[in-house]
Ligand binder design. Sequence first.
Ligand SMILES: *Cc1c(COP(=O)(O)O)cnc(C)c1O
Length: 228
Amino acid sequence: MSTIADNIGLVSERIRAAAHAVQRDESSIHLLAVSKTKPAQAVREAYAAGMCDFGENYLQEALGKQAELNDLPLSWHFIGPIQSNKTRAIAENFAWVHSVDRLKIAQRLSEQRPADLPPLNICIQVNVSGEASKSGCTPADLPALAAAISALPRLKLRGLMAIPEPTEDRAEQDAAFATVRDLQASLNLGLDTLSMGMSHDLESAIAQGATWVRIGTALFGARDYGQP
Ligand SMILES: *Cc1c(COP(=O)(O)O)cnc(C)c1O
């Protein structure tokens, strides 16, 4: 059985190979360990093997793990759908939010970000798969949303996040990630972040410019939603 440390080595090697294939500097690609449904002990093991950025989708689960792990200098990223009544706890307990897709949520996060913390890093989630996905703003709504969010005082807009429909067709996968990259460039806001690529498609995402890949299964093994 492979350990989390073994898996981090394998994923790092995939990132390195994918970066070299397109002449990118591998240090421009950051690995976010997606620990949703996994116990605090798994996060501790990953930290011991060199990881410090962790992604969570479910607020209550994340807060529990943060409390158990408050002896470690971890950086937490919220990557799941956000309800209005969860924004305060997210603003108080995370360094990044990758899944902002409407202005009302962004305004609340800005208002609720504690004054003693640095601005909250934000990615706008954009839906490039049309009706196949319900989360994410439409490409048409993106420019106005990005302009409004970049004006909020306690947020720092960093870039875009996307979860394109999975496909076995590499050209199709590349085209979806390229759309996200082009949308980011067309905003002309000097954004430095593209959060895209998961366990099954990180090579394609890196080829199209990903700066954060969000990896769960390939690091921690398959998730069991029956026993969270
Ligand atoms: C679960 C999740 C991931 C990780 O997916 P894997 O396929 O397990 O690597 C990445 N991003 C988001 C938004 C997720 O919800």
